[in-house]
Design a binder for this molecule. Sequence first.
Ligand SMILES: Cc1ncc(COP(=O)(O)O)c(C=O)c1O
Length: 394
Amino acid sequence: MGSLPNLARRALETETPVMVQIQQLFRGVKDAMSLAQGVVYWQPPMQALNKVKELVFEPQISRYGADEGIPELREALVRKLHRENKLYKSSVMVTAGANQAFVNLVLALCDAEDSVVMFAPYYFNAYMSFQMTGVTKILVGPGDPMTLYPDAGWLEKTFREARQMPKVVTVVNPGNPTGTYIPEPLLKRISDLCRDNGSWLIVDNTYEYFMYDGRRHSCVEGNHVVNIFSFSKAYGMMGWRVGYIAYPSDVDGFGAQLLKVQDNIPICASIISQHLALSSLEVGPEWVTEQVKDLVKNRALIIEALSPIGKDNVKGGEGAIYLWARLPEEQKNDVEVVHWLARRHKVVIIPGSACGCPGHVRISFGGLPEAETAVAAERLRKGLEELVRDGMVH
Ligand SMILES: Cc1ncc(COP(=O)(O)O)c(C=O)c1O
């Protein structure tokens, strides 16, 4: 006892998952409200739930299915990729969520000695996936200070000056934790830079339907691009664990390598969950848009709650379910601020240091219906007013 147990460095040297820490904090504070986890408050479409209820007793639901996903779902997804994402040369692998999709990709694309690129503030789980698979040369590029968009100029310079070309560049669009999106010309520029320098580009499109104020989400395609999608947020299917990878059909052997990884992790995504995903797709994206459109009210409540720290310190809310805020200069310890807000004001948010940006916080506006968001927002506003006026008083 006392010394470190004989465990793998790949695990020991991976960050501790911030969500696990935050859930502990949340459970430890009676009557706390969470604006922390990236979740939505709705359930999957009722028609879809009713349909899978009838399937539960079918024998094939309890068997393993094809590693890459049940054929009906994959076919429906290929049609969806054509119709909605303008992806015409992509093959589909269904995974147990977008996070597993990302791990599959890191295992299929990266060797431990490779370097990879992310942009700050980054999605913490993607960072951890690199770390735990032994990829430790993680170059973190800046976001534009005004827009938080990934800095393509920095990427260009990094490629130009690199002694070792990054193997993978990854972005989230729209962003977690930034809540900003990547405009199409910028996404194309990043993609072209990757193509010209022999790098893969992984785009996580988990929040593709979460776009506000007339903005439009777009995808890029190419033999160097892999797109990730998720059913978790759009269809309220977080616990059902379904996502998918759209990888370039023309790259020989890519599917075969992905299958090796898939066969050793989930074998296949849960079959009943895949049927729910299929039925949800049949209900259609209009259903999702209908749910998402009300989130602007939650966003307005949280923006108002953040006003004590100053308008210029608040970004995001263009897409996804997040606002991103810079803490006042005198109160830069984001982890302490998050704990203080939880204990004293009973509202929980995420420290920016988990995303590579200390001194900031991420606030989610998707997890609670409007009335509850209003209560949580009021607590946040009071907390921030006190923080700015008196500091972290007890
Ligand atoms: C950018 C991003 N990717 C992936 C995930 C995980 O999605 P899934 O539930 O499909 O694994 C999340 C969840 O918060 C996310 O924000």
